[in-house]
Write a protein of this length. Structure first.
Length: 403
């Protein structure tokens, strides 16, 4: 097979994590820009950007293109190593921000961040110096680490970037898994942290595979498959898990909130339809209205219609209906909602019979207006409402009284 075609096929697997990482960056970008002064968000943005860059430039097709454009065989090696080292530094900066809290601007925190930047910037400089001193004339697209494992200066460069990467992901993984075990975490955040922890854990497998293959070369053995066949897919899966770890808390909470709003809107439908029979019309349809706005408009409509209707509520009927619901084995909260639904239906009937009547004006409607969701859900149980109403309408002595 043509080497260029082989490189193109190998590149496909690298573009998958690139796409996932880019999606994570796009999702996070608005928040990062809006809260740019937050060191945690800056670290997250830098980490995702560098992770994307690593997978773009580590693809064999991109390696070949970079070498060809610059005219320097294997110039991609120090470039990719530098991006990976910068990624490691971003991981540690992220950990410092997490460990010390979002609002910590102390001298110790700034000093720790400067130390990380200094050390990893020094590693990047050393990588380029070592590459300049090394003799690596033969272009290698997939097996450079093992091919040049015994080459002076290049050997030290390979070991340096792997050790810098190992230290960073080991610290990051340990802190993340400690955080996962903490109490009081949001469920989406916990699952996101688990995904991050698994991703960084796989990075350790990547480092172990690379170091084992290189060390085997030092001792005259051939375990190149660990570096060329095992490490790349492990790195791809690791990147996807890391991206999912950053996406999950944001996207999961967003989808959960949307589902909660839509569910609340749907649950209010029975009471909304009942109030429409009183008002004569409903809420005007707005095609571009957000789910939150539609929910607010429906709640407002129900309360606006229910407020004057509440003057007709028969409080005695509601108390008897509550006792009747308890007598049917309903839980107190359910019995309360059923009793309110029975009283509202009775008030609607009373209004239909006597539209001009005002009813009693001294009703406390605070609880009723606050619990319209529970009342609406109770209206979805017409059979149970009818049974409660029949028992509530029976002579008082025939209905068992519950404390």
């Amino acid at each position: 097979m043509d080497p260029a075609a082989l490189a193109g096929q190998c590149s496909i697997s690298f573009w998958i994590p690139t796409a996932v990482l880019t999606a994570a960056l796009v999702i996070k970008l608005p928040t990062i820009i809006r809260l740019w002064k937050d060191p945690l968000l800056r670290a997250v943005g830098g980490l995702l950007l560098l992770a994307c860059a690593v997978f773009v430039f580590v693809a064999p097709s991109t390696i070949a293109w970079t070498n060809r454009v610059t005219g320097v065989p294997n110039i991609s090696a120090p470039w990719v190593y530098s991006l990976l080292t910068a990624f490691c530094g971003s991981c540690l900066l992220l950990i410092i921000a997490w460990r010390n809290g979002l609002s910590d601007r102390s001298a110790a925190t700034r000093r720790a961040m400067r130390r990380v930047v200094t050390v990893y910037a020094g590693v990047i400089v050393a990588l380029w110096v070592l590459f300049a001193l090394a003799d690596v004339p033969v272009e290698r697209l997939r097996d450079l680490d093992t091919y040049y494992a015994n080459t002076p200066f290049m050997r030290e460069e390979i070991l340096l970037y792997l050790l810098a990467h190992s230290v960073a992901v080991l610290i990051t993984s340990r802190v993340i898994w400690n955080w996962v075990r903490a109490d009081g975490l949001d469920a989406w955040l916990r699952w996101g942290l688990k995904s991050l922890g698994a991703g960084y854990g796989l990075n350790l497998i990547f480092d172990a595979s690379k170091l084992t293959a290189v060390a085997a070369r030092w001792t005259g053995h051939d375990l190149d498959w660990l570096s060329t066949n095992l490490a790349p897919p492990v790195a791809c899966v690791s990147a996807i898990l890391i991206a999912v770890g950053f996406i999950l808390p944001h996207a999961g909470q967003y989808l959960h909130d949307r589902w909660r709003v839509r569910l609340a809107h749907h649950e209010l439908r029975p009471l909304y339809l009942l109030m429409r029979t009183v008002h004569g019309s409903g809420v005007p349809l707005l095609l571009r209205a957000s789910p939150e706005l539609r929910l607010t408009r429906r709640e407002t409509f129900i309360r606006d219609v229910l407020l004057p209707l509440a003057r007709r509520l028969d409080e005695d009927l509601r108390r008897r209906a509550y006792d009747a619901a308890l007598g049917l084995g309903c839980a107190p909260d359910v019995a309360k909602a059923l009793a309110a639904a029975v009283a509202v239906l009775d008030a609607v009937d009373a209004r239909n019979r006597s539209p001009e009547g005002d009813g009693t004006s001294d009703r406390d409607t605070t609880v009723l207006l606050r619990e319209i969701g529970a009342v609406s859900r109770a209206l979805r149980l017409p059979g149970l409402i009818e049974a409660v109403h029949v028992r509530a309408a029976a002579p008082a002595e025939s209905v068992p009284v519950h404390e």
